[in-house]
Design a binder for this molecule. Structure first.
Ligand code: NAP
Length: 244
């Protein structure tokens, strides 16, 4: 299936590492004019070195005011990938208010905020658009030591559905991809322990974790016109984990 984003402008959050970085590069390869947003300047430098056509915005998305300022002149965007997230792994009884706020600020509040900024422009131009939120299998299953992370991703799925409902009449589609474990920097924090990894893999019918490209391909599909009637969908990229 050939997907082209020629003439489209895309914004990817958390584009410095892992899934976000691979998504930004894939979108650029498909012809989109990409803006990469993340908070570590060194990651943006290396990304632009790898692909010179990518524009960069360095901001901590947990900071509402700084995000507003950083994105005020972002210009028209047709495709948005809300990918940046923070995963804190700790037992439920040890969760602190700071960890809770930090997680919700990045994983939920920033998605709402960046989407508002982008979708207002889409609505004003009347050209429609497509938004993909990177959720997780954790939105729908209990995972040990993931209380806050699971809660943020559950909230994100709910947010995705309401965005789909309210933005749909403006031909702005909003969907999520919900991956299983991917061995990025974030994945390694939670799943490097071989016992934990084996237990998780035993719950995945295909018997292995996802690769970054598995997630990127689903994101490209949902961004593209090939999924033009998909709106409000949570697409598992999980080898069947959520089917069990
Ligand atoms: P990653 O390798 O840790 O990369 C996350 C990126 O987001 C980094 O570039 C990070 O920048 C950026 N970011 C985090 N907080 C930010 C903030 N406050 N402001 C701006 N940028 C910020 O993570 P990943 O594994 O690629 O995860 C990408 C998405 O997939 C996330 O939504 C995650 O929840 C989801 N997901 C991951 C897995 C998995 O197993 N890896 C499974 C299911 C879903 P810094 O490094 O500078 O903080």
């Amino acid at each position: 299936m050939e997907i082209s984003f020629k003439g489209k402008r895309a914004l990817v959050t958390g584009a410095g590492k892992g899934i976000g970085r691979a998504t930004a590069l894939a979108l650029a390869r498909c012809g989109a004019k990409v803006t990469a947003v993340t908070r570590t300047q060194a990651d943006l430098n290396s990304l632009v070195q790898e692909c010179a056509s990518i524009s960069q915005v360095c901001v901590d998305l947990a900071d509402w005011g700084a995000t507003e300022e950083a994105l005020q002149d972002i210009g028209p965007i047709d495709l948005l990938v809300n990918n940046a997230a923070y995963a804190n792994i700790e037992p439920f009884l040890e969760v602190t208010p700071d960890q809770f706020d930090r997680s919700f600020n990045v994983n939920v509040k920033a998605v709402l905020h960046v989407s508002q900024i982008v979708a207002r422009g889409m609505k004003a131009r009347g050209t429609g658009g497509s938004i993909v939120n990177i959720s997780s299998q954790a939105s729908q299953r209990a995972l040990t030591d993931h209380a806050v992370y699971c809660a943020t991703k559950g909230a994100l799925d709910a947010l995705t559905r309401v965005m789909a409902l309210e933005l749909g009449p403006h031909q702005i589609r909003v969907n999520s991809v919900n991956p299983t474990v991917v061995m990025t920097e974030m994945g390694r924090v939670g799943w490097s322990d071989p016992v934990k990894a084996k237990t998780m893999m035993s719950r995945i019918p295909l018997g292995h974790f996802a690769e970054v490209e598995d997630v990127v391909n689903s994101v490209l599909f949902l961004l593209s016109d090939k999924s033009s009637m998909a709106n409000g969908v949570a697409l598992p990229v999980d080898g069947g984990f959520l089917a069990c």
